[in-house]
Ligand binder design. Structure first.
Ligand code: ADP
Ligand code: MG
Length: 687
């Protein structure tokens, strides 16, 4: 570009590190600090200290054993110290002659055997001592520490750090707002030597708290903004009609709703009745009975003359929903001339055309299917409510596509269901525009699943267990992680296991289900298992979500160490759905290493210790951190750099309270605050 000087290597590196703006530099916080404020006497030093001494060279020579090195002896008047350099220039050797006085910094080793330092840094003695600790920044090879220090100091000097937290905001916890942002940053870059390094390290120092409070506030502001935008949208008010479908369905329910199901149904009904689009997450552990709650919501939409769409991530799950909903609702719908339609990718063209016709005409009051439901060709007459099962499997774009299905510029209400609960702090920070309803109670008569960890070498015992369950008329799942022998991963494949089990269990129908099978075949296998003719179902993780076969009482997961925690929990939830005592066996293999990795061990331990989906989610967050927990598809939102949801819940609460106040009373400050922290990134948050 004309008039622009080519960027130097370090400048390019700064850009790459995301340090383009002054504020970015100011927010580039040191990794650690070096204390160059004091000169230590060797007599007072301790083994292992990183110390700065001033001493005179008494000897300098090159040694060749055990390897070539420059050996310099220095004396600070209290003791001597040997400096060793394994790589050095001839000029260095010349400069370090006897009599030269140096200021030397390095890690002291030796003690009684005589002090020594390997590759210390040094410069001529004398000169002023700095008053603050010296920052050491995270950097890359082409960006020297000295260059970066200067750049950061410049950025810190120039950046606009004027206060944006309004004076009428409540004080933040831990004296966070007793420090101004400028003071806090100044301190974090150049702390005074008396500071508690522990408080800097664990980020509990008030300067750190201030920084984290600012960051969380930016996040809450942008979340509150997107929530306000969302609240300005229109949606049809949906209400149950007297004597209508909702009422009839409630009267005909096959069982008594649990208290939790009643409560969340009430929450959903209240949101649907408002003229603003509901965006609600219905979370409840596997088997807690979310489907019926969704069906009740659908009935409300239909009562108001609107259509409802229900999407599931896999065809098997969608079909299971379809059958259930047809069973529950079609007897009530057909007298009204309404139907339940079925849409999926594997459908024949003709059938799909017919179904699309039903959807377009409005004759299909309810549409169930896979993501085929949101394809462009599918035109709804009046989509009022979209239900998405196992929402964590869906990307943001798919949810947006569904929104576009309502005519007249309105938005459908959305109900997302998930068995993977979002911990509260995470929900507050990344899903602020989402209402959450929680089913925290299982239907009566369930017995908790007993979980056993068993080494793969004891497979025979597991087969014995399977025999026992089959003898009692129960059924068994066996889950494998991969479907084909892979050259790099030594995984037992599902096909081999299928054959083994078939041979070990003569007279028992052992089925195989994997994701690459044709859909018709999958359905046939599933039907045999659901119908009870098939004793054992070997499968890859296709059964992970939603499948409901109450007679299944044993779940075996092979190579359990390779599964994620929430996946394991979901799989375990496939059993324990009836009254029979159920078990989950986690078969693990330690591989060549002979022992499990740390995170694999933590996951299996969590599984063995708790059945509670919320506790599992909390541990998962702990093991993986929010970035991975949210998953790339879930979070357009930039993750937190400084705050930690696990330890900073109180600061998060503060930010959540301040954000709306700031938007109402100080919109200018709010805009500046968001720009400072999120720059161009805030658009992401609007998904
Ligand atoms: P999930 O929340 O995992 O989607 P489902 O909706 O599949 O759970 O329900 C699990 C099983 O519990 C189903 O067989 C369902 O019919 C049954 N169920 C749901 N609610 C109740 C209830 N209140 N009482 C008895 N059984 C129930
Ligand atoms: Mg379900």
């Amino acid at each position: 570009m004309a008039g622009t000087k080519a960027l130097s290597e370090p400048q390019k590196a700064l850009r790459k590190l995301g340090l383009g703006r002054d504020i970015d530099l100011a927010l580039h916080i040191p990794l650690r600090y070096e204390d160059e404020t004091r000169i230590v006497k060797l007599r007072d030093a301790r083994e292992g200290d990183t110390a700065q001494i001033e001493a005179t060279v008494t000897d300098c020579q090159v040694q060749y054993r055990p390897r070539r090195q420059l050996v310099v002896t220095v004396d600070d008047g209290t003791d001597t110290c040997v400096l060793r350099f394994f790589s050095f220039y001839p000029s260095q050797q010349k400069a370090l002659t006897a009599g030269v006085r140096l200021r030397i910094r390095g890690e002291l080793k030796g003690g009684f055997a005589g002090w020594h330092m390997v590759h210390p840094t040094y410069r001529p003695a004398g000169g002023e001592l700095p008053e603050a600790l010296t920052p050491v920044y995270p950097t890359v090879a082409v960006l020297p520490q000295a260059y970066l220090r200067k750049a950061v100091a410049g950025g810190l000097e120039r950046a606009d750090l004027a206060e944006t937290v309004p004076p009428d905001a409540p004080p933040a916890p831990g004296k966070a707002t007793a420090w101004s942002l400028r003071q806090a940053l100044q301190f974090l870059h150049h702390p005074t030597p008396e500071v508690s390094l522990a408080a800097l390290e664990d980020r509990s120092h008030p300067a750190w708290l201030r920084l984290k409070a600012e960051e969380l506030l930016a996040q809450q502001l942008s979340q509150a903004e997107s929530r306000r935008e969302h609240d300005a949208l229109q949606a049809p008010p949906l209400k149950a009609r007297k004597g209508g479908l909702h009422e009839q369905f409630l009267a005909a329910l096959p069982f008594q709703l649990t208290g939790a199901q009643q409560r969340v149904s009430g929450e959903i009904a209240a949101s649907l009745a408002r003229g603003r689009p509901m965006q609600r997450l219905l979370q409840g552990d596997v088997g807690s009975g979310k489907t019926i709650v969704a069906a009740l919501a659908a009935a409300i939409a239909i009562d108001s003359g609107w259509q409802c769409a229900l999407m599931a991530p896999t065809e098997i799950l969608a079909e299971q929903h379809f059958r259930k909903l047809v069973g529950w609702l079609e007897p009530l719908l057909s007298p009204k001339g309404l139907r339940v339609a079925w849409l999926t990718g594997s459908q024949r063209k003709k059938e799909r055309g017919e179904m699309q016709q039903l959807v377009a005409s409005g004759e299909a009051a309810l549409v169930v299917g896979t993501h085929a439901v949101i394809q462009e060709q599918v035109q709804f007459r009046k989509l009022g409510l979209a239900v998405i099962d196992e929402q964590h499997r869906f990307g943001v774009e798919q949810r947006l596509a569904l929104r576009g299905k309502t005519p007249e510029g309105g938005e459908p209400h959305m109900l997302m269901m998930s068995a993977t609960p979002i911990p509260r702090t995470l929900a507050m920070s990344y899903y602020a525009d989402l209402d959450v309803s929680t089913i925290d109670e299982l239907p009566p008569g369930r017995t908790p699943v007993v979980t056993k960890l068993i080494a793969d070498s004891r497979r025979d015992e597991v087969v014995e267990r399977i025999r026992g369950q089959l003898a009692e008329g129960r059924q068994v799942y066996w889950v494998c992680p991969l479907i084909e022998e892979s050259e790099t991963l030594d995984l037992t494949n599902a096909t081999a296991t299928h054959e083994q089990l078939g041979a070990a269990l003569p007279g028992v129908l052992v089925g195989l289900l994997h994701s690459r099978m044709p859909v018709a075949e999958k359905k046939a296998v599933m039907a045999l298992f659901t119908g009870g003719q098939m004793g054992v179902l070997v499968s890859t993780t296709v059964i992970e979500v939603g499948v409901d076969v109450p007679n299944a009482s044993l779940m075996v997961i092979e190579h359990a160490e390779r599964f994620g925690l929430s996946q394991l929990h979901q799989l375990r939830g496939r059993v324990g759905r009836g009254a029979a005592a159920s078990a989950c066996v986690l078969l693990y293999s330690t591989g060549d290493a002979g022992r499990l990795g740390e995170t694999a061990r933590a996951r299996l331990k969590a599984m063995a210790e708790t059945n509670d989906g919320f506790e599992i989610a909390r541990r998962d967050l702990e093991i993986r951190g929010p970035g991975e927990f949210l998953g790339a598809r879930q979070s357009g939102a930039p993750l937190l750099r400084f705050a930690d949801l696990a330890t900073d819940a109180d600061l998060l609460e503060w930010a959540r309270a301040v954000a709306p106040l700031m938007l109402d009373r100080h919109p200018g400050l709010a805009a500046r605050h968001v720009a400072r922290w999120l720059g161009g990134k805030s658009e992401y948050l609007k998904a």
